[in-house]
Write a protein that binds this ligand. Structure first.
Ligand code: SF4
Length: 476
């Protein structure tokens, strides 16, 4: 999963974008980039690593301009090399910079069919080239040509894409795929410096920078915010929104609000649903312990509903990244060992309900059970806030092959034995949907039930799986 930020018409866009990227660094730590436009042309700085280590004060000072784009990268196709980091820029038919969050399912097929030479393995480069070609074929640069080029680009793409585009002298063009799988929200600020607009993956960016939230960009919609601050929008293709449930379960920051559903409140409700599921077991627990940080809210709510003490039985080293998004298996395993340490006094001799947001590969769960048992826990009852993840995600979450997903290959009982827990309780799909308080048809649940919101052919599934495995081998 990636994170995007776009700003138009402020005093110093680089500072705001840098601050915004910091706010969504949780969406990944693999690479970042900033493109700044002075209204005539732009400058680009990007590379691998964390936002804080990539941009010095001097770099930000030298990125002069009132508008720009920023990105934090999570590689699903492509690796962690600088060449794959966003934004990307083309100069024909005009200068166009672009960032996105999502994943193009038919990337390999389109690359071949359209005979496009790409410098990277990042699917955003493909989107940008398609858009630039379509714009060139319009022969003009007015609003209708831009919207028409977006429509023709959408017609070619299959997958998830929340895109922000900057065209110096024209403005910022935003568009989102019809399924609206990945979040995208925009806002406006009126200050003594004038009117400015911002777009981001999560509303927290807009909140921190003092922008008033306008709304989420709709699935299939395009919005053009011009340099003169006029705003034009078009519903380019019909909206068939099916938002990714994993944003609320795991990915988004707890203080964010995605599609008008606050993440913290959703996690509290998911905790209540999980408590209901646990009660069916008729087992005893002394204490509820979360796997920090994402599962805290879930565990807190679960403990409250069960009337069992909530305890921080695992302490997280805050300087180690989220293991799930480390780019290869070696670093993931190393990171688990240095990341969490038990508080022995809180678990010794107790029956512990250990709550995590989800179980993907099961490797982390197994290590945590072992860690707490070594710390003296009498029993470990493992609970997952997400139902069993049985199928790969083709829309931007790094779990592309069935081979890696423990629930795709094992029964609940076998998973329990594999991770070494005394019992294992999963959230149900009904509990998940009820906890999110959203219509089931409005959610993507494909990694749970294989009902993909776009068509994903078997050969494409195989191709994506192979690409991802190849990239992993390279980076291991
Ligand atoms: S398949 Fe799962 S992780 Fe991927 S977009 Fe759908 S709900 Fe989200």
């Amino acid at each position: 999963m990636c994170g995007i930020v776009g700003i138009l018409g402020t005093l110093k866009a680089s500072s705001e974008i840098y601050t915004g990227l910091y706010a969504i660094q949780h969406r990944d730590q693999n690479g970042a980039g900033i493109y700044i436009s002075n209204g005539e042309k732009g400058r680009l700085v990007k590379g691998g690593g964390l936002v804080g280590s990539l941009f010095s004060k001097k770099t930000l000072y030298e990125l002069e301009g009132s508008s720009g784009l920023g990105h934090v990268r999570y590689p699903t196709i492509g690796g962690s090399e600088k060449v794959d980091a966003q934004p990307f820029v083309v100069y024909d038919p005009v200068e166009i910079a672009m960032v996105h969050n999502g994943n193009i399912v038919n990337y390999g097929q389109l690359k071949q069919e359209l005979d496009i030479e790409l410098d990277s393995k990042c699917d955003l480069e493909l989107i940008l080239h398609i858009f630039a070609r379509e714009l060139a074929s319009e022969g003009k640069l007015d609003d209708e040509s831009l919207f028409s080029a977006v429509g023709k680009t959408m017609d070619k793409l299959n997958g998830s894409y929340s895109v922000a585009t900057m065209i110096p002298g024209i403005g910022m063009l935003l568009f989102r795929d019809p399924t609206a799988l990945r979040p995208m929200i925009y806002g406006k600020r009126i200050s003594l410096d004038g009117v400015s607009y911002a777009v981001a993956s999560e509303n927290i960016v807009l909140d921190i920078l003092g922008y008033e939230i306008l709304r989420d960009i709709r699935g299939g919609e395009a919005i053009l915010i011009k340099e003169d601050k006029t705003v034009v929008n078009r519903q380019i293709r019909p909206e068939i929104s099916q938002h990714c449930m994993f944003e609320w379960v795991y990915f988004a920051r707890t203080d964010s609000t995605i599609e008008k559903t606050n993440v913290y409140e959703a996690r509290l409700r998911l905790g209540k649903e999980l408590a209901k599921e646990w009660e069916k077991n008729d087992l005893h627990i002394d204490v509820v312990v979360p796997v920090p940080d994402t599962a805290r809210t879930l565990a807190l709510s679960m403990a409250e509903h069960l009337n069992v003490p909530y305890r921080e039985g695992l302490l997280r080293n805050r300087y180690v990244g989220r293991t799930f998004i480390m780019p290869d298996q070696t670093s993931r395993e190393t990171a688990v060992r240095i990341k969490l340490n038990p508080i022995i006094e809180e678990v010794k001799g107790k029956s512990v309900a250990l709550v995590d947001d989800s179980i993907v590969r099961g490797t982390t769960s197994k290590k945590l059970v072992k860690l707490l048992k070594r710390a003296g826990a009498k029993e470990i009852h493992f609970l997952s806030g997400c139902p069993p993840i049985k199928s790969p995600c083709y829309y931007g979450i790094d779990m592309p092959t069935k081979r890696e997903l423990i629930a795709a290959n094992c029964s609940v009982e076998k998973i329990r034995k594999t991770i070494g827990a005394d019992s294992l309780t999963y959230q149900t799909i009904e509990g998940l949907v009820s906890g999110l308080e959203r219509d089931k048809d409005n959610l993507c649940l494909a990694c749970l039930n294989e009902d993909y919101p776009t068509q994903v052919r078997e050969d494409i599934r195989k191709y994506i799986g192979e690409c991802r495995e190849r990239d992993r081998i390279k980076t291991t």
